[in-house]
Design a binder for this molecule. Structure first.
Ligand code: AMP
Ligand code: MG
Length: 490
């Protein structure tokens, strides 16, 4: 009898993209233990959760056993980090175990993160710690439940080994699921080596996998670029609409699929302030909240550069085409942003003054809790405006805005109670509040107590649905916790 959990791996990356990876084995660990397993995601992947949530599964997700059909490999990539180019990065502590076809017939990568050194580890130890692993698990699930494209966590296990950072930390391995792990940096890896045929190979692979409709376009590679730009513009607009700050929007952390990836120093903004930066390494504020749309364009410009030889044999022509698309990204982003922000205040019809209405609200909200500020607007429609008003520095300014807003809502031709309900499906009540995340990770890492983590994860599984008894998860951090800082967490 074979009681090994079955994955039915189909490893197209390994098959098609020689030169973009190194085969590599995970390091074994002495004493693996379960931290968390994602049953729902396992089902979505077409895997058997029961056979995976077991000793055999633990052995696979800790790197101790190689699952049948897995061909572990570390992917190579390059990238601009804080604006400076590194031609050689790559998975320094991650291994792609293989790809599975999920129940929606989508191909998904299954990757270990923290499984030991690879040919791309440079000075690093290839390891990850319990805190950052659980952080990535938690934020990824939160983003998914908020409806934002993201990589997700299938499993988190502790290794029993120590990891040496500024202090000694308990080690862990995360199993991450992604539409793929191809990044802007993967293109830069071959483009910076002037290997046009490899750029073409990668583009053909990524197009077939993520944007099959572009293959048939008049200029397929230009259509591919437009498709990636569109997916990323939409993604960043979603981040902005919920106050998400990624923290390290390096080109190696920008996916071709349009999924959010690499939850390191990311955080949700508590008080609304456009310049908010949480990451302790982001001294210049390059990746501040309000800069994210600019970095979107900057990163896509770096991506465009890699595609020049594919777009047109005449470089000037290629540059002209790409420039035109690049110039359209900001307006495209703005249209996505406006649509999302309109939905946050209950608007679906067109009105030329909508943008101003939103911008005036945001101006008033400076210093107020971003999440609660929007969530409490639906209450205003139900006749309770104090909770929203009281969040603001100048509550009286709200009254004028409220009048303008109500007049505008009249044009929607929908009862206010219905609009309030729709707004509650767009404005979350629960987000991963920084102090709650820290509390959960500290309990897990220091006391091996997973209860706060499980509770927080449960709440984040239904971000829009208010549940009695969970008030604690809606409140901003106590004043002493602000300003909050995140550390790269690697
Ligand atoms: P990240 O900040 O996780 O996006 O990682 C940036 C780069 O550093 C990637 O190439 C990682 O693989 C590599 N890296 C980060 N942490 C480690 C580590 N502990 N050991 C080896 N490589 C690492
Ligand atoms: Mg990264």
């Amino acid at each position: 009898m074979n009681d090994q959990p079955q994955f039915n791996f189909d490893n197209s990356y390994a098959r098609n993209l020689e030169g973009f990876f190194s085969f590599c084995e995970a390091e074994t660990v002495a004493a693996p233990k379960w931290l968390q397993f994602n049953h729902a995601l396992a089902e979505e992947l077409g895997l058997d959760p029961t056979s995976l949530d077991s000793e055999e599964g633990l052995a696979i997700f800790s790197g101790n056993t190689k699952a049948q059909g897995s061909e572990p490999l570390a992917q190579a990539y390059a990238g601009h980090q804080f604006g400076g180019f590194s031609p050689q990065l790559g998975d320094g502590r991650a291994l792609l175990l293989g790809e599975v076809i999920d129940t929606q017939q989508e191909r998904r990568d299954i990757q270990l993160k923290g499984s030991g050194r690879t040919p791309y580890s440079r000075g690093g130890d290839g390891k990850a710690a319990v805190g950052p692993v659980l952080r990535e698990y938690l934020i990824g699930e939160a983003m998914h439940n908020l409806g934002i494209p993201t990589t997700r966590a299938l499993a988190a296990v502790s290794t029993g080994a120590q990891v040496f950072r500024e202090t000694v930390l308990p080690g862990a391995v995360l199993t991450r699921v992604a539409a793929s792990h191809i990044r802007v940096g993967t293109f830069q890896y071959v483009a910076s080596r002037r290997d046009v045929e490899k750029v073409r190979k990668l583009a053909d692979y990524a197009m077939a996998r993520h944007y099959p409709e572009t293959v048939e376009a008049k200029n397929p590679y230009l259509a591919f670029f437009e498709a990636v730009a569109d997916a990323q513009a939409s993604l960043i607009a979603r981040w902005m609409s919920i106050g998400f700050i990624h923290g390290v929007m390096n080109t190696d952390n920008m996916t071709i699929s349009g999924e959010t990836i690499d939850y390191g120093p990311c955080a949700f903004m508590d008080r609304y302030s456009p310049g908010t930066v949480f990451s302790s390494i982001d001294h210049g504020g390059r990746y501040a909240y309000a800069n994210q749309p600019k970095i979107l364009v900057w990163n896509l410009a770096r991506f465009a550069e890699t595609l020049i030889p594919l777009i047109d044999p005449k470089p000037e022509q290629a540059v002209e085409h790409l420039t035109q698309t690049l110039e359209g990204i900001q307006p495209l982003y703005e249209s996505y942003w406006l649509a999302r922000m309109k939905s946050k205040i209950g608007l679906s019809k067109e009105d030329p003054d909508d943008q101003e209405l939103i911008e005036d609200l945001l101006k008033m909200m400076e210093g107020a809790d971003f999440t609660l500020g929007f969530r409490r607007l639906s209450k205003v429609l139900l006749g309770e405006n104090e909770p929203a008003r009281n969040l603001l520095k100048e509550p009286r300014a709200f009254d004028d805005w409220e009048n303008r807003w109500r007049k505008r809502l009249d044009h929607e031709g929908i009862p206010a109670t219905t609009i309030a309900q729709v707004m509650d499906r767009v404005n979350p009540i629960y987000i991963p509040r920084n102090h709650k995340v820290e509390e959960a990770l500290a309990a897990a890492a220091i006391e091996e107590n997973m209860t706060p983590f499980s509770k927080l994860l449960t709440v984040l599984n239904h971000p829009f649905e208010e549940v009695a008894g969970s008030e604690d998860y809606t409140e901003p951090a106590p004043e002493t916790n602000i300003p909050y800082k995140t550390f790269c967490g690697t």
